[in-house]
Design a protein around this ligand. Structure first.
Ligand code: NAD
Length: 379
């Protein structure tokens, strides 16, 4: 089977779906590996490194896509020179990529119509068995780390306590809202930088994890059920959200930094930090809103921009993993290797829909959209 890896066509996407170390692993497994010239440029991997690992370098994007039995990609297919990239794939080939299928089900439908079998990396089940393929986690971890660094670099004061001959400076107070993968890494990073950290999440089960990375958990008694059987957060009702806002108001007021990461799969991110709350923060305070791409957890957030409101800086970064492309590409490539190894049996992809990983992740097969949640999103 030919595994093909294109150069990402979105200019801001510096990640690549395959790194030289992993090329060698695919070749050992019997795959032929084709890499588009310049594919690794954004992440500082050169064509010659891919070649030395055993890949064949292809100059033309179109030729690369047309040659693929399995195409590995980071961002959903886009356009190049007025042509849809996915139209270059041959019918019966397999695309494995982030596809944002719940927000963009029309593209999934178009892939089905083209008879492309597509696996969506967002849909890898969040189970222990699938952990090594879990690209949402591998990328969220990097985003959480970077969010804490951005906060510390934007704050006009220090994170750590410092006792010097010139006096003692108290540590910065950081509040992290949403303690999933990104939130926990943001906590750990802010702690490493010396801040005092507290955190909140609607899922009470995360309390211990929050404490284990060194933050104080803010307890808010919630009567409704806040987690799905899959462990994801549910959208909470208006009255619960109001109660959360009331408790968090006092915490937000005294924080130097607020990092928000709260998301509900397939929905707009919950609005947690209101304009009024921002208005009560100290001048110089910083909010980093990791949910900016999903509508934002803060009312003042503008996706992809820095907003200044009453002395507070609100940063709404998009695609933070792409700002650390070396390591985000390495872990993503590892996630893909594990998935490909898992689904390929005897030289062909085994579409065994009895298996929860294949069933959950494969969103199109033989001309049909086959995932209920994507079908619902289309309806
Ligand atoms: P996510 O990005 O979907 O959401 C981030 C966090 O926001 C979650 O912790 C969520 O509970 C929280 N949140 C949602 N609404 C909120 C609100 N109104 N107020 C405050 N917080 C709110 O989460 P994620 O990091 O992708 O993790 C999703 C789930 O998957 C978690 O249960 C996580 O523990 C689990 N997970 C399991 C595995 C595994 O077992 N292999 C791996 C990774 C994640």
């Amino acid at each position: 089977l030919k595994i093909a890896v294109p150069k990402e066509s979105d200019l801001g996407e510096l990640r690549v779906a395959l790194v030289p170390d992993i090329v060698a692993r695919f070749i050992k497994l019997g795959f032929e590996v084709l890499v588009q010239s310049g594919a690794g440029q954004g992440a500082h991997f050169t064509d010659s490194e891919y070649e030395a690992a055993g890949a064949t370098i292809i100059n033309s994007a179109k030729e690369l896509w047309e040659s693929a039995d399995i195409l590995l990609k980071v961002a959903p297919p886009g356009e190049q020179e007025g042509e849809e990239e996915m139209n270059w794939l041959k019918p019966g080939s397999t695309l494995i990529s982030f596809l944002n299928p719940l927000a963009n089900p029309e593209q999934v439908q178009a892939l089905a119509q083209r008879k492309i079998n597509a696996f969506s990396m967002e849909m890898i089940p969040r189970t222990s068995r699938a952990q090594s393929m879990d690209a949402l986690s591998s990328q969220a971890n990097i985003a959480g780390y970077k969010a804490a660094l951005i906060a510390s670099a934007s704050l006009p004061r220090l994170f750590p306590m410092m006792t010097t001959a010139a006096g003692t400076i108290p540590p910065a107070k950081v509040l992290v809202i949403g303690a999933g993968v990104a939130g926990l890494q943001a906590i750990a990073t802010a702690r490493r930088l010396g801040a005092v950290v507290e955190a909140f999440d609607v899922r009470p089960a995360v309390k211990e994890e929050v404490q284990s990375v060194g933050a104080k958990f803010i307890e808010i008694p919630i009567e409704e059920d806040t987690a799905t059987t899959g462990g994801y957060a549910k959208e909470v009702g208006q009255s619960t959200q109001e109660k959360i806002r009331q408790v968090l108001t006092e915490h937000i007021k005294k924080s130097d930094v607020v990092i928000t990461t709260a998301q509900v799969q397939g929905k707009r991110a919950p609005l947690i930090v209101t304009e009024e709350m921002v208005g009560q923060m100290n001048a110089g305070a910083v909010i980093v809103d990791l949910a900016a791409g999903q509508g934002g957890n803060c009312a003042c957030t503008e996706a992809g921009k820095d907003v200044y409101y009453n002395g507070v800086t609100i940063i709404g970064p998009l695609n933070l993993p792409a700002t650390l492309p070396v390591d985000s590409s390495k872990v993503y490539a590892k996630n893909l290797l594990t998935l490909v190894k898992y689904v390929v049996k005897d030289g062909a992809i085994d579409f065994n829909f009895e298996d929860d990983i294949v069933d959950g992740t494969c969103v199109t097969y033989e001309g049909e959209v086959r995932n209920e949640r994507v079908k619902n999103a289309l309806a």
